[in-house]
Every structure is written in structure tokens, then in C-alpha cells.
Design a protein around this ligand. Sequence first.
Ligand code: NAD
Length: 353
Amino acid sequence: MADFKIALIKGDGIGPEIVDGAVTVLDAVAKKYGHNFNYTEVDMGGCAIDKFGTPLPQETVDICKASDSVLLGAVGGPKWDNCKERPEKGLLGIRKALGLYSNLRPSILKKQLKDASPLKDEKLANGLDVMVVRELTGGIYFGERHTAEDGSWASDEEKYSVEEVKRIGKIAFETAMLRNKRVVSVDKANVLDSSKLWRKTMTELAKDYPEVTLTHMYVDNAAMQLAINPAQFDVIVTSNIFGDILSDLSSAIAGSIGMLPSASLGATKCGMYEPIHGSAPDIAGMDIANPIATIVSAAMMLEMSFGLSAEAKAINDAVDKVLDMGYRTTDIYSDGMKKIGCKEMAALIAENI
Ligand code: NAD
């Protein structure tokens, strides 16, 4: 039996519905395994702008910092598109405040949802289970920017220190140790100095993980390989910008946006867990959102931040069972299946824990 403090950021749009769904499932886990999950709801995004005039109130930062982890729905929506500070600024702010320098995105294509992938069946014959580990707080998105006064040129700087590469590399190697022990480090070392440093540092670091096989791949080839033979990958580790692109590609291959989780981690066990999709304002409040991405994000939280692997497995098994029984939310529905809403999907998964 263990006690954990979880900060809940429900956010905007479908955020409250999907986080409520995840809490229903977490409550079932707590009951079965005798844990206490203590939730504190905090505001971030558009709802925080409405209440406090800022997307990230200090109280939210303080409560998240004092928690064992954060579970986030999604933020944003057309209502706040023209605000001076947009809701998404809250996301960057909380990542920074919690020192979350890595983003882990597993892309798993479930056998029950094979039809949802844009790839042909033969490309998926060996399944798909890729973990993209993306550096989140360095590189070109955080480098110096310049635009010439006359607007005739602009530049953005891609810069990485050895320390920054090492710390994201460690996350990748440690993740691989829990999986199939293969890391592909993706760079553009045939052109960029920052990539040469990236490659050299990863090669050095690999000596600390003799059980893990490290290979290197140029980013253009990695994109092609993901599309033609995704089963060859176990863990991919890469920079902020390359990870941004490759993680979207690997998610698209896995089919529905409503199924995929993510974790952002830093130097401590406190992480932030969220679905990869946004706040889906077009379906908010209609009880048709798919809560599974948020529910499996909660499973990642149990495993990665709380060390509760059996409990995380129980959630993933329950999701599989409910899909095997033919239940589907609208986004993953196909003929002959049983269409259900967000609440019912969460309740069924909770029942099957
Ligand atoms: P989106 O992911 O919200 O929606 C894209 C499409 O997928 C929509 O048709 C939506 O209905 C559908 N969809 C998304 N999640 C779903 C789910 N769980 N179940 C069923 N269908 C689902 O992307 P968007 O429309 O580009 O963005 C909407 C808002 O979300 C914007 O304000 C954007 O800035 C914000 N956003 C937030 C985050 C975040 O909080 N991390 C991430 C991406 C986008």
C-alpha cells in the first residue's frame, strides 16, 4: 500500500471529461491494490485565463511541484486564440517549472485497431511498438533567433551541450533496458556540428549500457524507415525538432490520436503525463471523446513515476479486454462494433481492472 499525490490539470475542451475518465480507472486501481491516490485539481490554460487572467497561475506551479506527478487533459480552444497570452503558454511554463527535459511517446498499434493505421497490412505484419524519446528543452526551439531589420533574412540557432545530450541519452538507454534493449539515435551528423556532438556523446554514453545496442541513423532515413519498416525500432532518441516531427509520424502510423499517451520527465521522479491529442473543442461536452489516451497516460505515470508496474499492466490489460469485447468510442468505431461514450468506456475499463 502506498500514498501518492497527483495534481490534476483538466484544462479545456474535452480535458475535464477525459481526466475524469482516467480518475475513474485510477480509483479502481487504488481499490484493488490498496493504494491512496490523493488528487488536487489545479487550473491551467483557457480556464485559468478566464479565472485568473493568466494561463499558468503560480498556485498551479506550486501544487504541481509539491505533487508526486501531474496528470493533464489538454488546453486551448478558439475562445482564447486571440488572447495576449495563449493557453498553450501554460504548457511551456509548467514544463520549464518542473524541469521536464524529456518527452516519451510510445506508439503502439493495437491488433484490434489495425484498420486505423494508414500503412498497408504487410508493413504492419511485425506489429508496431516504438518509443520516441525527444529532447524537450534545448535545440533550435530554444536557440537564439534573429530577423534582419529589413526582413531580408532570418536565422535560428541549433545548440546542444554535452550535458544536455547525456541526460536525454540516459533516459533513452534506461527506457531501452526496460524494453527490447535497442536504441536508434537519430541526427544529421553528415551536415550539422550539433549532430556530430550528439552522435559522439551518445556513442560514449553507450559504454555505460553494455546490454543495449546503439545504432545511429540520419533523420531523413529514419523518417523513411518509420514508414516502410516501423517494426525495426524499439527506442528512438533524438533532438527537440527532429523528435517533434518523428513522434508525430510514429503516432500517425499507430492510427487514432485518441489512443496514444505521453510522458514528460526531468531529473526527479515527478513527471507530467498527458494524451498526445489536444482539447478537441469540436466534440467537447458531448461525451463522445475517447478517454483511452489519458487512461494509458495514467498507466505510464504509475509505472514510470510511482514504480507500480503491475498496476500499470492491469490498466493496459483492461483496455485490451474492453477493445476485445468490441466496445469502441466514435473515433475508433468500425462496422459491427459496439459504439459507446467517454464515460461508459472509462467505467468499463475500471470494471475490468
Ligand atoms: P486536437 O487534437 O484537439 O483535435 C484534432 C481532431 O482529433 C479533432 O477532430 C478532434 O475531435 C479529434 N480528437 C482529438 N482528441 C480526441 C479524442 N480523445 N477522442 C476523439 N477524438 C479526438 O487538435 P486541434 O483541433 O488541432 O487543436 C484543438 C486545440 O487543442 C487547440 O487550441 C490546440 O492549440 C490545442 N492543443 C493542445 C494540446 C495540449 O494541451 N497538449 C496539444 C495539441 C493541441
